[in-house]
Design a protein around this ligand. Structure first.
Ligand code: SAM
Length: 240
């Protein structure tokens, strides 16, 4: 199955025994990839994979449920203060690195106010990245919200906030310490100007552990990738 194209489908495209492809999906499968009637692809509905077969222009039969590749073993929520540039890349790479939910936030030092089109674009990027990296689950991008509200709203059992300065334990050491019951994690990353002191204090009051990603100050677009790489490496380390 490895060579079959993967296509993320929404719940409203899925009927009893068939899938209604969108114009863009039909065009991509048949015009770009040159798939013909009877050719097969893998439909990812967000929780499982289906073997599907093109029936006509925009309809595909669902043939059978396939065993999906294992996903990251924990639910990871990235609370990301939106940087002025680079949020598209963060969304794409966070999906590749196994994130479950992305919460874009406006913080005290965030300038960006994304349009509705931006949100649609981020959800499309997530779908493409989930297809490309063969994720079982398709992450969700939440509507942007204020940082304090987002930090307080999480129900994750393990909460970390990345702070670029101060004497903080490393994310690696605390994730290794917590790894036995690390099933539901929230990780918060600040904007170019960093979190304000009020935001850090509020996060601590909400149960977040401030953590370091190393001695160097990382760009706001680099920090989430480093944080997620550390988390997934710990989660996938069977020796721990
Ligand atoms: N302007 C801030 C300063 O000078 O302190 C730096 C902000 S940094 C460019 C953007 C965000 O990335 C920070 O708010 C933090 O969440 C994260 N970050 C960057 N480097 C980090 C590090 N070494 N440890 C922990 N978090 C880091």
């Amino acid at each position: 199955m490895a060579q079959l194209q993967r296509v993320a489908i929404a719940p409203n495209q899925q009927f009893d025994d068939h899938i209604q492809l969108t114009d863009a999906q039909g065009h991509y499968l048949q015009r770009v990839l040159r798939l013909q009637v009877g050719d097969r692809f893998i439909a990812m509905d967000g929780s499982q994979w289906w073997l599907a077969e093109i029936q006509d222009g925009f309809r595909a039969n669902m043939l059978e449920i396939l065993p999906a590749a294992a996903d990251v073993s924990a639910t990871i929520t990235l609370i990301m203060a939106m940087p002025k540039q680079g949020m598209d890349d963060i969304v794409r790479q966070a999906t590749e690195l196994g994130v479950s939910t992305i919460v874009p936030v406006q913080s005290d030092r965030t300038l960006l106010k994304p349009s509705a089109q931006k949100l649609d674009r981020w959800q499309r990027i997530v779908q493409e990245a989930a297809e490309q990296s063969e994720r079982q689950h398709i992450p969700m991008v939440m509507d942007p919200q204020g940082a304090i509200a987002a930090l307080g709203a999480t129900t994750a059992s393990h909460r970390y906030i990345c702070t670029a300065r101060g004497d903080r334990p490393s994310l690696l050491s605390v994730a290794q310490r917590d790894c036995k019951n690390l099933q539901d994690v929230a990780i918060a990353v600040g904007p170019e100007g960093g979190w304000s002191e009020a935001e850090v204090q509020e996060a601590i009051a909400c149960g977040y552990q401030p953590v370091s990603l190393g001695r160097h100050i990382l760009r706001a677009i680099t920090a989430p990738l480093v944080a997620l790489s550390i988390l997934t490496a710990v989660l996938e380390d069977e020796s721990l």
